[in-house]
Design a binder for this molecule. Structure first.
Ligand code: FES
Length: 106
């Protein structure tokens, strides 16, 4: 495990007293701390990818600042949500996307 994938409970910084929350990823229960991004919460569980390209290549966080769209997920009914930019909320239903490029209009 690298230093950027520290489970929230083991994070020595403990930036504030964050409340534990939970959400689902493809129906699987995932715990996180209030204030984490979806990507941060997924990285803390040890996941490094949660999307695949049309060629089947795994994708997760690349830029981490909302530029590359490699980290997109579906949250509720909203597709192409950048996991690195959206804070996870208690009860969110997050689904991975395995159907290629995002449907983004720039
Ligand atoms: S990792 Fe690049 S947009 Fe999220």
């Amino acid at each position: 495990m690298t230093s950027f994938m520290v489970p929230a409970a083991d994070d020595a910084v403990q930036p504030r007293q964050s409340l534990p929350i939970s959400f689902t990823l493809d129906g699987e229960h995932v715990t996180a701390l209030e204030g984490q991004t979806i990507a941060g919460a997924l990285l803390a569980t040890g996941r490094t990818s949660w999307r695949s390209t049309t060629a089947g290549e795994p994708r997760g966080v690349f830029c981490g600042i909302g530029v590359c769209f490699d980290c997109i997920v579906t949250v509720g009914e909203t597709r192409d949500v950048r996991a690195c930019m959206r804070r996870v909320h208690d009860g969110d239903e997050v689904r991975t996307q395995a159907d290629g490029a995002p449907e983004v209009t720039l």
